[in-house]
Design a protein around this ligand. Structure first.
Ligand code: GAL
Length: 419
């Protein structure tokens, strides 16, 4: 071979190699990646997610995971970013979505792949509880895989403050206000709230609704059986208004986890928030806390579930399907949930190291009456849930009971559920 031919061959080889690198085989993703979109950035949440990534990487070491998070509790910011991406034809491989109504809009827009076959092959239709399977179904099909079950209606309290003031966890609203008065008299902020995203106030109000109307009354609000004009809704708004007198002054500047931090630091005695707070406390190594169902909700479990779906056009579809398998697996759920502060969605889960709170949540999940959370996508479609959150956001500043109730009545009408 002459030098000239050798150079020509080498040049050809490098061009072919360059082209091969740039143009993958048809059907092959450009790079071996997996982009997971979520809003889990806080203590506990991020730790749980990292555990699932670890399991995925052990199984698929050649896949590079892109942890695409958008901070903001309850997905308040993430959902807007997701919308832009989905509508712009740039979906992530898989995204966090609440089980229930929240995914329905994406399904109706034809943007999600049904997962019925995966449910069958993985045996999920047998291993997830019936109540959850019912919530997951959209027009008779499954579109997302649940990783957990969370509880919305938990009152968390600083045990040291309660003991020092001879207080016990309030069970009723009357108890709550007595405890709150006693704390206020001592100069201690009774209730920490962090509603820089208005969902947190709407979350508190859903728990007040459940505590005032009971399971049947509350659930009826979302099916049209209970009128939003009902005097009990008025009563719930009055109670909520009174509660707002006992919250920290800077509530609108704080996030939910900053409010939880107030309880850790003893700057406030209580907070009412979902049990991701347990994950947060664990991540901060805080152990001196107690918990109870939020006032009036003993025997009621206001539930929600985080799940992951498969958008049509996911750039690394096969990797995404493998991700969903990890999400639904025993191993994945047992690694994720003890850190996340949630209980496994699988009925055969709960065998790993769960703390005392989570053990109590498992017991309550099995025995309590269930209510779907509206602030976290289980009770109402996105449009209605947003109208609800907005109405409560306005209420926090204006505190106008009649106007808010009228807005809630209208939201139900606009959703086509109330006449
Ligand atoms: C909820 C979500 C939880 C937790 C919480 C605070 O909507 O279901 O997993 O992340 O927001 O960010």
């Amino acid at each position: 071979m002459t030098r000239k031919t050798l150079f020509a061959v080498l040049a050809l080889v490098s061009v072919v190699a360059m082209l091969a690198a740039q143009c993958p085989m048809p059907g092959q993703p450009a790079e071996n990646k997996l982009e997971i979109f979520s809003w889990w950035t806080g203590g506990g949440e991020a730790d749980g997610l990292a555990q699932m990534f670890k399991i995925y990487s052990q199984k698929y070491p050649n896949v590079e995971i892109i942890n695409a998070t958008v901070a903001g509790g309850a997905g308040s910011n993430a959902k807007a970013v997701l919308k832009t991406r989905m509508l712009g034809g740039d979906p992530p491989d898989s995204f966090q979505v609440h089980a229930g109504m929240e995914i329905a809009d994406w399904v109706k827009a034809g943007k999600m792949e049904p997962l019925d076959d995966l449910y069958k092959s993985e045996g999920w239709d047998k291993v997830f509880p019936k109540d959850l399977l019912d919530i997951l179904l959209v027009d008779g099909h499954y579109y997302s895989v649940p990783v957990n079950i969370h509880r919305s209606n938990v009152l968390w309290y600083n045990k040291k403050i309660f003991a020092a003031n001879n207080l016990t966890a309030p069970k009723t609203f009357d108890d709550f206000f007595k405890v709150a008065e006693a704390l206020k008299a001592k100069g201690i902020t009774p209730l920490a709230l962090g509603d820089n995203g208005p969902w947190a106030a709407a979350h508190l109000f859903e728990d007040v609704l459940a505590g005032t109307l009971g399971q049947e009354g509350y659930n009826g609000l979302w099916t049209g059986k209970t009128s939003w004009a009902d005097p009990k809704v008025t009563q719930a708004l009055e109670t909520f208004k009174k509660m707002l007198q006992y919250v920290n002054e800077d509530h609108s500047a704080l996030s939910w986890d900053q409010a939880a931090q107030y309880v850790i630091d003893g700057k406030a005695a209580m907070t009412i928030m979902g049990d991701w707070t347990d994950g947060y406390f664990v991540s901060k190594k805080f152990t001196d806390y107690g918990w109870a169902p939020s006032p009036g909700t003993e025997g009621i479990f206001v539930m929600l579930s985080d799940s992951f779906g498969l958008p049509k056009g996911a750039p690394h579809r096969e990797n995404a399907i493998n991700w969903l398998k990890v999400c639904g697996s025993f191993e994945g759920q047992e690694a994720f949930n003890p850190l996340k502060g949630s209980i496994p969605a699988r009925t055969d889960g709960g065998k790993a190291q769960y703390d005392d709170y989570l053990k109590s949540a498992m017991k309550d999940w099995a025995t309590n009456k269930l209510c779907p959370s509206v602030a976290h996508g289980a009770a109402a479609p996105e449009g209605w849930a947003t109208a609800y959150v907005d109405a409560i956001g306005v209420f926090v500043t204006k505190q106008d009971v009649a106007a808010t109730q009228a807005a809630l009545v209208q939201a139900c009408k606009d959703a086509g559920v109330c006449k």
